[in-house]
Design a binder for this molecule. Structure first.
Ligand SMILES: NC(=O)C1=CN([C@@H]2O[C@H](COP(=O)(O)OP(=O)(O)OC[C@H]3O[C@@H](n4cnc5c(N)ncnc54)[C@H](OP(=O)(O)O)[C@@H]3O)[C@@H](O)[C@H]2O)C=CC1
Ligand SMILES: O=C(O)C1=N[C@H](C(=O)O)C[C@H](O)C1
Length: 262
């Protein structure tokens, strides 16, 4: 009997969905048993592994007889509710990297964790997990320095600032015991920077995979902490590691740190 963990992939036709399918193509510990796409997606009904003898096809609904142990969601904010509802309905642990979620959706994640295991992360790369710790250290050591977060992504990204930029900003605010919503400054609402602000800026161009720069600046000097992703495989591997880790866990809210430190 195979010991591979069967996973439902929600958002299978997207850049991340495809990256996860590529990563799993070379592994047998985790297997996609349902590849869900939007109802009128050009992928719908197409074979997931063309040219192989595997019979899986992209579908817009989850068949009742699919036996899965985890649902992995990399979709869009507008489709996220559907992914979470499916996980709740089937009692599947939910791993999601979808960004651009609003407060209601974050509340829904917290509520879902009362009945299923939930792991949402704005960024599944190991490098960004370490960057977040460095940001917290710098923010705490330099409480009066200006903090600015600049992120760059591909031209098709739907949300701004990136989920990672917001997460890094929250780390900096928390390390300084600041209320994030009070100190955050966004390009469309603010240009001046009161002391103690955490400012955001976004670049959208071509095929940039994902870059985050956190600046700490004071008169005469500046520190920049930078992470550059050049390949989506890093996020896909992190999400697959999270799916493996969460299968069989009790309901609750988990983080990527839980996966990394176990
Ligand atoms: N946490 C992390 O490490 C990372 C997070 N992300 C985030 O993950 C998300 C996905 O990114 P990316 O793959 O680049 O985005 P894409 O736009 O390439 O993919 C999103 C996919 O979701 C699909 N979709 C829309 N509605 C539904 C639905 N109802 N059911 C199923 N699928 C649906 C879209 O279909 P269609 O194309 O047909 O509209 C699309 O294929 C984004 O929020 C992004 O910010 C990205 C990289 C890393
Ligand atoms: O949309 C993307 O591509 C990415 N989104 C995530 C985010 O919003 O932070 C993570 C990564 O930067 C790539």
């Amino acid at each position: 009997m195979s010991s591979s963990i069967p996973v439902v992939l929600h958002g299978a036709g997207g850049r991340m969905g495809q990256a996860i399918l590529r990563v799993l193509g070379g592994r047998d510990d985790v297997a996609v048993v349902a590849a869900l796409v939007r109802r009128d997606s050009p992928f719908a009904g197409q074979p997931v592994h063309p040219g192989s003898d595997r019979a899986l096809h992209y579908a817009s609904t989850l068949a009742a007889d699919v036996a899965a142990r985890v649902l992995v969601d990399f979709s869009v904010a507008a489709a996220f509710d559907h992914g979470l509802a499916l996980a709740l309905e089937r009692k599947l642990p939910f791993v999601s990297g979808t960004t651009g979620l609003d407060a209601r959706q974050h509340d829904a994640l917290a509520r879902a964790a009362e009945s299923i295991p939930v792991l949402w992360a704005a960024n599944f790369s190991l490098g960004v997990a370490v960057l977040a710790r460095l940001v917290a250290t710098a923010a705490k050591a330099l409480p009066d320095w200006d903090c600015e977060i600049v992120e760059a992504h591909h031209a098709r990204k739907q949300d701004a600032p990136s989920g990672t930029a917001l997460m890094l900003g929250r780390e900096a605010a928390s390390a300084r015991s600041q209320d994030f919503d009070t100190v955050a400054r966004f390009p469309h609402t603010d240009s001046v920077r009161p002391a103690g602000s955490i400012g955001f800026a976004s670049v959208r161009a071509a095929d940039i995979v994902g870059e985050h720069t956190v600046m700490f600046a004071t008169a005469g000097e500046r520190i920049e902490l930078v992470h550059r992703a050049t390949d989506r495989t890093i996020f896909a591997r992190g999400a697959v590691a999270a799916a493996r880790w969460i299968a069989g866990r009790p309901p609750g809210r988990y983080s990527l740190d839980d996966v990394i430190s176990s």
